[in-house]
Ligand binder design. Structure first.
Ligand code: FE2
Length: 246
């Protein structure tokens, strides 16, 4: 691919991965799952690369980190997009399965992958899948959040993601075991939650496994329903939030 830009960011506090994809020719970019505390970093990278931010894309309603969506929208004029089922009413565009968003000469396809939450989507850009908390490297998102559905998660991964080409790259929403990228062929062969596992078995195994991701925070969910917009008082409180792992 000619003249594309790609960056992966990691938030150390929550092990969240965020991504920037861009088209150099048209000087346009999208950011996926940005974290509020890293807005200066994103703006600096956009400036350095000479890109205008067109879209802020959420893979789902995050429960562990405050989204940077609203701040980036205010700073750059970008539009926020998320699944119509994510419960983020203030998003500028409510996405459906099969939609395509333009970023310069490139398209980002929307693949509905519900289960971890009803509004989870995976974004496909060129040879990369941004899977959010649906498919992780050697793992998958938890099913302990309100409205999680283990059967839907299994079907999303096996029918919508593992059916893609082997060489399709998997960029997840969280870092487990320090890996930053995988591919569909590897996940199909080696992911212990899905390889050789029936749907019923998956649901019982996943429900009994401790969730390795940060615990859900009600105040974070509430802020993210408003694209991550929080009051000054809440901002001060969030500064003291600590995250724990099981
Ligand atoms: Fe999540």
């Amino acid at each position: 691919m000619a003249n594309i830009h790609f960056r992966q960011f990691r938030d150390a506090a929550t092990d969240t991965f965020s991504y920037l994809v861009g088209c150099g020719e048209m000087a346009q970019a999208a950011i996926i799952d940005p974290v509020a505390s890293h807005v200066p970093l994103y703006l600096g990278v956009l400036r350095e690369l000479g890109l205008r931010l067109g879209w802020v894309l959420e893979t789902h309603l995050h429960s562990d980190h405050i989204s940077a969506a609203d701040t980036l929208r205010e700073c750059t004029g970008a539009r926020v997009a998320t699944s119509w089922q994510a419960g983020i009413e203030e998003a500028d565009r409510q996405l459906n399965d099969g939609d395509t968003l333009g970023v310069g000469h490139q398209g980002i396809d929307v693949i509905a992958t519900p289960g971890h939450t009803p509004g989870c989507v995976t974004y496909r850009w060129a040879d990369r899948l941004f899977t959010g908390d649906c498919l992780l490297i050697g793992g998958c998102g938890g099913i302990g959040e309100p409205h999680s559905n283990g059967i839907a998660l299994f079907d999303s991964v096996t029918r919508r993601l593992l059916s893609q080409a082997d060489e399709m790259l998997v960029f997840p929403g969280h870092c487990l075991d320090e890996r930053r990228v995988s591919c569909i062929g590897e996940e199909r062969e080696r992911n212990p939650f899905f390889h050789g596992i029936s749907r019923d078995r998956f649901v019982s195994v996943r429900a009994s496994e401790p969730d390795r991701l940060p615990k859900a925070k009600p105040s974070v969910l509430e802020a993210n329903r408003h694209c991550g917009r929080i009051s000054e008082t809440e901002k001060a409180n969030q500064a003291g939030v600590k995250f724990y792992f099981d």
